[in-house]
Design a protein around this ligand. Structure first.
Ligand SMILES: *[C@@H]1O[C@H](CO)[C@@H](O)[C@H](O)[C@H]1NC(C)=O
Ligand SMILES: *[C@@H]1O[C@H](CO)[C@@H](O)[C@H](O)[C@H]1NC(C)=O
Length: 300
């Protein structure tokens, strides 16, 4: 991991970059909100610099719902999601449907960094009852986490996978064997088939919507996770939005972590989003392999 150590950047280049996205953020999220909001700095800490304070203020104000719903006990989360999204019937019942079954492969799993030690390390430490994964694709890391919880005897753990299950435009150039039926890519069904073939239909549930609307609803329904993994869009705006929404469904003191802290794709959008979030909330970014980890998050 030679060039990969996290350093708090102090040089001018960083300031320029930071100033640039602070400005973008302000324009995108905050315009019009400042006048109504008064930020009070925590008394014992040195105040944030004015640009960071402005960003924090913008995030705090930019909320569609003011608070999440009353917390649902962990043992009722699966039922809550099935009731709310699937009208009371598990999506695995009578799966696969006739029109899709012939297009599915028994197991078609592909992930990136899905078996990293970070999963084992965090699941052992946190012993989560509820895990939310944001960005699941074919289910590789969700299945890996389910396997780990089972081996650790965490029989009640539920893993909710928030993903629109569309991949990305053109992803079938690399995944031709994921069928396309009248323009509908069968990624959700192949994900579910992978889960069923791996024997984890009782542990893993898809939440097949965009990360934005999916997380907003989980918050509204009072779902709280002990562990949230973020591995969806890797550009700054996507990562930033996912982190800020994810933190709202995290139990106080929970752990937020995600993939590709180091990747150069999208100009290290993930890293910039994680660092800005950590700086504003005075959290320390740790790394584990290719993943970033924020421990004991108490932001809400
Ligand atoms: C939900 O399921 C009930 C049966 O449990 C059925 O009567 C109702 O039509 C379903 N609603 C929708 C919107 O599918
Ligand atoms: C679960 O983990 C074990 C041990 O690493 C491995 O042999 C097995 O294939 C895994 N099962 C699944 C379904 O991934």
């Amino acid at each position: 991991m030679k060039e990969y150590h996290h350093r708090l950047p102090h040089n001018i280049q960083f300031l320029k970059t930071r100033t640039a996205y602070v400005i973008i953020l302000l324009l995108t999220y905050a315009f019009g909100y400042f006048s109504a909001y008064h930020y009070r700095a925590p008394s014992q800490q040195t105040p944030l610099t004015p640009p960071l304070r402005a960003v924090k203020c913008a995030i705090d104000s930019f909320r569609v719902t003011t608070r999440c719903g009353d917390v649902v006990p962990a043992e009722l989360i699966r039922k809550t999601v099935i009731d709310r999204i699937f009208n009371g019937t598990s999506p695995y019942i009578d799966f696969p449907p006739n029109h899709a079954g012939k297009f599915l492969r028994e197991k078609r799993i592909k992930g990136w960094g899905s078996n990293g030690a970070v999963f084992d390390n965090l699941i052992r430490r946190v012993k989560p009852k509820t895990i939310v994964e944001i960005g699941s694709f074919l289910g590789a890391s969700a299945i890996h986490m389910a396997n780990l919880t089972r081996r650790l005897g965490l029989t009640e753990t539920q893993i909710l996978c928030v993903d629109d299950f569309r991949g990305w435009p053109g992803f079938r150039d690399r995944f031709k064997d994921v069928a396309l039926v009248n323009g509908d890519v069968l990624l959700l069904y192949q994900f579910m088939q992978n889960v069923v073939s791996s024997g984890f239909a009782g542990t893993i549930l898809p939440v097949p919507f965009s990360t934005g609307s999916g997380l907003e609803k989980l918050c509204e329904w009072g779902v709280k996770a002990d562990l949230v993994e973020i591995d969806a869009g890797h550009d700054f705006n996507s990562a930033w939005a996912d982190i800020n929404r994810a933190v709202r469904i995290l139990r106080p003191g929970g752990v937020l972590f995600g993939h590709d802290y180091f990747t150069a794709a999208d100009n290290r959008g993930v890293r910039r989003a994680v660092n800005l979030f950590a700086e504003i909330n005075r959290l320390k970014v740790k790394t584990d392999g290719q993943h970033w980890v924020l421990d004991s998050v108490n932001v809400n």
